[in-house]
Design a protein around this ligand. Structure first.
Ligand code: ZN
Length: 262
């Protein structure tokens, strides 16, 4: 069972109906089990592997997502590029609920997550100056533009530990740092993808204005906005997969480890 493209689905994107000729595989890794079984099928003529980030029943909280196992399992299946849909709160008036953000930078506020495959033997100083794959980003931004979807081609994502939401003081502080959106899942997933020399890009959907705007964050509101936007995210991913050239060309993700070891 092999696949060339991976989708690590965020909350609400558990629709393996996107894929044709589905088969499910259970993968084991030296880092433990991935979040769930991986569904492999065909999409737009390419082999695609779908992995629900929080498990099929959304039972894994952000802190406990085993990103090392998830990324390692996809790599084992032959995956070279990963699309990672996720949901975020907005820290800016102009990043409205329902908008899609093609995040290009992150600020890491996680505290309890293993960020490297090389925790025991060698020290891997991976570069994440530009943490997302420029080629995947370019394709995604082009598709969203062509579809007329309200989107932002850049954005800085603050990754918090969760599962609680931010206080107003924290939310205001993140705004002061220049961050645009806040979420709980990007780090270390994108860092590990880089260590595994996979191309990776997130498709972040804004579900709410975080608490800085003087209203409480409510799970009901988030779920409502998320449902309304899930179709847009699916449409963008399907078209992006169709447009991707078969071979990786204009990025350096595939040789990221070259200068990572002392
Ligand atoms: Zn790349």
């Amino acid at each position: 069972m092999q696949a060339e493209i991976g989708i690590i689905g965020g909350t609400g994107l558990y629709d393996p109906k996107l894929l044709k000729d589905i088969e499910e595989v259970t993968v084991d890794t030296p880092y433990g089990a991935p979040s769930d079984a991986i569904t492999i099928g065909e999409l737009a003529g390419k082999r695609v592997a779908f992995l629900p980030r929080h498990g099929k029943t959304h039972s894994i909280r952000p802190t406990d997502v085993n990103s090392r196992a998830n990324i390692y399992a996809l790599k084992q299946l032959g995956v070279k590029r990963v699309f990672a849909p996720s949901t975020v709160g907005s820290l800016r008036e102009e990043y409205k609920p329902g908008d899609i953000v093609f995040v290009d930078q992150f600020i890491d506020r996680t505290t309890r997550r293993e960020q490297s495959f090389y925790a025991e033997q060698r020290v891997c100083h991976i570069s994440v100056a530009e943490p997302m794959c420029p080629e995947l980003r370019q394709v995604l931004i082009g598709v969203a533009k062509d579809f007329g979807v309200s989107s932002h081609s850049i954005g800085t994502y603050v990754c918090i530990e969760g599962p609680r939401f931010s206080t107003k003081a924290e939310s205001r502080m993140y705004r002061g740092w220049g961050a645009d959106v806040v979420g709980m899942t990007l780090v270390p997933e994108c860092v590990l993808a880089r260590e595994a020399e996979l191309c990776y890009a997130t498709i972040a959907t804004v579900t709410d204005y975080d608490v800085w705007k003087d209203h409480a964050v409510c799970v009901d509101d988030i779920v409502r906005t998320m449902r309304a936007n899930i179709e847009n995210v699916k449409r963008i991913i399907v078209e992006a997969i169709a447009r991707l050239p078969r071979e990786r060309g204009c990025c350096e993700c595939g040789s990221a480890l070259k200068s990572a070891f002392v």
